[in-house]
Ligand binder design. Sequence first.
Ligand SMILES: Cc1cc2nc3c(=O)[nH]c(=O)nc-3n(C[C@H](O)[C@H](O)[C@H](O)COP(=O)(O)OP(=O)(O)OC[C@H]3O[C@@H](n4cnc5c(N)ncnc54)[C@H](O)[C@@H]3O)c2cc1C
Length: 399
Amino acid sequence: MTINQSQSQSPIPIPINIAIIGAGLTGLITADLLEQAFKRQNRPITITIFEKSAGVGRLATRYQTPPTDAISTKHWQFDFGAQYFTAKTAAFQAYLQPWLDSGIIEPWQAVVAVLDSDAIVDKAVQPTITAQWGSAQHEQPRYISSPKMTTWGRAIAKKLTHSTIHYKTRVSPLADNTVVNASKTPLVDIEGNQLGEFDWVICTAPQAQAIDLLANSDFAQQDALKTPTMLACYTLMLGWKSLSAMPQRLHDAKWSVLECKVADNADHSSHVNSRISCLGKVFIEHHKPNRDHLLPSITIYADNDWSQAHVDDDIREVQDQLLDAVQHLVQWDDSSAPAHIDCHRWRYAATKANHATGRQLAYVDSKKHWIVTGDWCDAGRIESGYKAASHVVQLLVEA
Ligand SMILES: Cc1cc2nc3c(=O)[nH]c(=O)nc-3n(C[C@H](O)[C@H](O)[C@H](O)COP(=O)(O)OP(=O)(O)OC[C@H]3O[C@@H](n4cnc5c(N)ncnc54)[C@H](O)[C@@H]3O)c2cc1C
């Protein structure tokens, strides 16, 4: 009996079919690392990413062009999610290198200042320069994506070859799949459309959303998901039509990043300190590399604990309070008041620092083939998202 060639070949392996919920950096980097790992092992893979919004997660950039401004085609630009990130581990540095080479990621050697608490009590709110990022060995480099923070996420999405991203697709809460077929999970969107059946589901939604997604699914680690605590953050975005229109203190600022935390030993009952205690950090957007084309733009981050305490307040009241604090800090009058004002509420911005012990980079149900992860499983930073992604890829490669 003769065997024809097709019969003699080993069967073509069926690709493992993976769903990722969330196209934030954790989801995108997970897809990128999975593609790389499976390619190295010559194993086929198909990845589908579902993202409820139109963008790439909490990397966010907002623009605004001055209305009826005939003299300028310039715009204000605010990276109002993550402003910058660190790369402390060798693995993350290696992952970043091609992006650094391409110029999409670049170091930001920002000059940093802090408020001098004694000076605040004297009403003369003067920042003291304390550091320049990346300028010395003990000063970690900080990185940004150029020309805006969203650029990097979009570039990772574009690079993926075995992944399809469905934006504006909100995945419905998962149902217990063990009663149907534990090795496959059917996903449905909130409009009831079938999204496919998957060998593994990786959820990278922020913590509260992950808890909701799995609430009635009998997920093995449901209780553990509640361990970390996330905090909110309000961001206030201010723009001026020209440098000369800015208040003197901002125009002359020798710093690009201002830390506003009132020192513990400061007089917290003082009127000035209590007025500015809602502030966290101020970033001058047009000081960043590759932002020379911008109209003067600054983004102010409210203090996380303050934001959490006011998370359900009316956003206009929050905006007014933050404006009052910044006005106090940089002292504008009618002629130097900002021409553009915008405020955004992030309900899940940062992981509370007390989450230092018992960190778990991913929550796994190996029977259902579900993994829950995200930056919030670690320190709530971009580097945390990378750590979580690498950990998940390791788990899947071993599985
Ligand atoms: C105000 C603010 C300041 C920050 N500052 C810094 C900083 O200075 N340095 C730093 O390193 N990091 C900072 N971060 C954190 C940084 O933005 C994140 O670590 C990073 O973007 C990675 O996030 P992620 O992918 O884990 O989550 P996300 O970016 O939140 O992505 C999760 C995605 O899941 C999607 N999703 C949720 N539910 C569903 C569903 N049911 N169906 C489909 N999609 C869903 C969401 O829309 C979201 O896009 C900051 C974040 C905020 C908000």
